[in-house]
Design a protein around this ligand. Structure first.
Ligand code: MN
Ligand code: MN
Length: 422
């Protein structure tokens, strides 16, 4: 280390030790934020191989976690704190175990930034039933494994009964009662996304719970039957439980639709049967929103990035984005204005979150395809890319800002590419 660096280190320590700590305390700022602010007026010395004493980490550390988060251990030099964490993993969530399967959730209580959406993973064994229930928020689902039978009834008594398989989606609008049952030899596993960050899968309106908390004579009067009819209703909620497989699909559909018919727009959707919305050398995207799925009030993009592929720099003007990483490895930088930016790494089972209008990219950093979903609590998908913004603004004006030369600007594709390389 040179003498000059040594002096700089010492003077910075003095500065942090006295002045900024007092200022930070007075302003109610955390120490991390104070350091980010105070270090602005001197160069931060970093080396590609991190060999400086100032870069070393001599105490014991969690090597396994560090290896999964290289962009947190050594952030890009363009990162600059201040952006709150936007990653949580289902691996860290409490698993509620039941006889027929299990469930776990990632909500605003786990990931503070995720105010408008929450996610649930659920496993149902063969015959395992997620009890008939409903909730205030809407439920959007992606089948991750196996197959299931879903049922629902809308506000006009019309029925939906169908079987869904890996890759299929469903939507249950808020307040619509529904159920899920694992089929086949090994049931299913699926992801649920709710348009409410404070959602709680363990506090939904359950059929058994409701009947147990209604006076038996009222139940008898309601259905004009003897009160003994309800003598065997379980005194405690079933939630997830194991039962024999359902009857053949056509038979159950016919029975459930009697008198009122089927819901006018199907509550399930099969992305495997649609063409990609956009294909490029870097990968493909399927945008599934109300334009092609009239029943949904939650929009989604299913993105596949090939190794090296980049979901281009963009933002969403209309809503927050909730992400789930299905397979592969990637990283995302979120720029939060005011000089704040942070990069975090993602892999299978991770949840990401981006505030409305905050710009970001997602890059495949692995050697296999990266598959992730973007979910929005709104019926219609919207985005604006950096490239289309620059391509459709007078080039002289843009060049006066970023000095790239107008030739570069003229060559930007006039249509949004979505995933690069094109
Ligand atoms: Mn539900
Ligand atoms: Mn996005």
């Amino acid at each position: 280390m040179s003498e000059g660096q040594d002096e700089a280190t010492v003077s910075r320590r003095k500065f942090l030790g006295a002045g900024s700590a007092i200022v930070a305390a007075a302003a109610g700022l955390g120490s991390a934020q104070a350091q980010e602010t105070s270090s602005k007026d001197e160069p931060i010395i970093r080396t590609p191989d991190h060999h400086l004493p100032s870069e070393s980490e001599p105490a014991a550390k969690n090597t396994a976690l560090d290896e999964q988060n290289p962009n947190s251990v050594w952030s890009p030099a363009t990162d600059a704190g201040g952006q709150p964490p936007f990653k949580y993993s289902f691996s860290l969530s409490h698993k509620r175990m039941e006889g027929g399967g299990w469930t776990r959730q990632v909500t605003v209580r786990d990931l503070a930034i995720s105010k408008k959406m929450a996610g649930v993973q659920m496993r149902l064994i063969k015959g395992g039933v997620r009890e008939l229930h409903w909730h205030v928020g809407a439920e959007w689902a992606l089948m991750l494994y196996g197959s299931a039978r879903i049922t629902a009834v809308d506000q006009e008594g019309r029925s939906h009964v169908s079987d869904v398989n890996k890759g299929d989606l469903w939507i249950f609008p808020g307040g619509i009662p529904h159920s899920i049952q694992g089929l086949g030899d090994d049931g299913c596993q699926f992801l649920l996304v709710f348009d409410d960050g404070n959602f709680n899968e363990f506090a939904t309106f359950l059929l058994t719970d409701w009947l147990t908390h209604t006076p038996p004579d009222v139940l008898a009067k309601n259905f004009n039957v003897p009160a003994e009819t309800f003598a065997k209703v379980p005194p405690k909620e079933l939630f997830i439980f194991e039962r024999p497989l359902p009857r053949p699909l056509a038979e159950e559909q016919k029975q459930a639709e009697a008198g009122t018919g089927r819901v006018p727009h199907s509550f399930d959707f099969r992305p495997s049967e649609m063409k990609p919305t956009k294909v490029s050398k870097g990968g493909e995207v399927k945008i599934v929103d109300r334009k092609i799925w009239p029943a949904t009030n939650i929009a989604a993009a299913i993105v596949t990035l090939k190794p090296g592929g980049l979901r281009e720099l963009h933002w969403h003007p209309n809503e927050d984005e909730w992400q789930y990483y299905v397979s592969g490895k990637g990283r995302m930088t979120v720029f939060a204005a005011g000089g704040h930016a942070r990069t975090m790494d993602f892999q299978e089972g991770d949840v990401g979150y981006v505030d409305k209008s905050a710009p970001h990219y997602v890059e495949n950093t692995g050697d296999t395809d990266l598959v992730f979903i973007e979910v929005f609590p709104t019926p219609y998908y919207e985005d604006i890319s950096l490239a289309e913004w620059l391509a459709h603004t007078p080039s002289r004006l843009v060049n006066q800002h970023i000095a790239t030369g107008e030739d570069f600007l003229a060559k930007i594709n006039k249509k949004e590419v979505v995933i690069v390389p094109e």
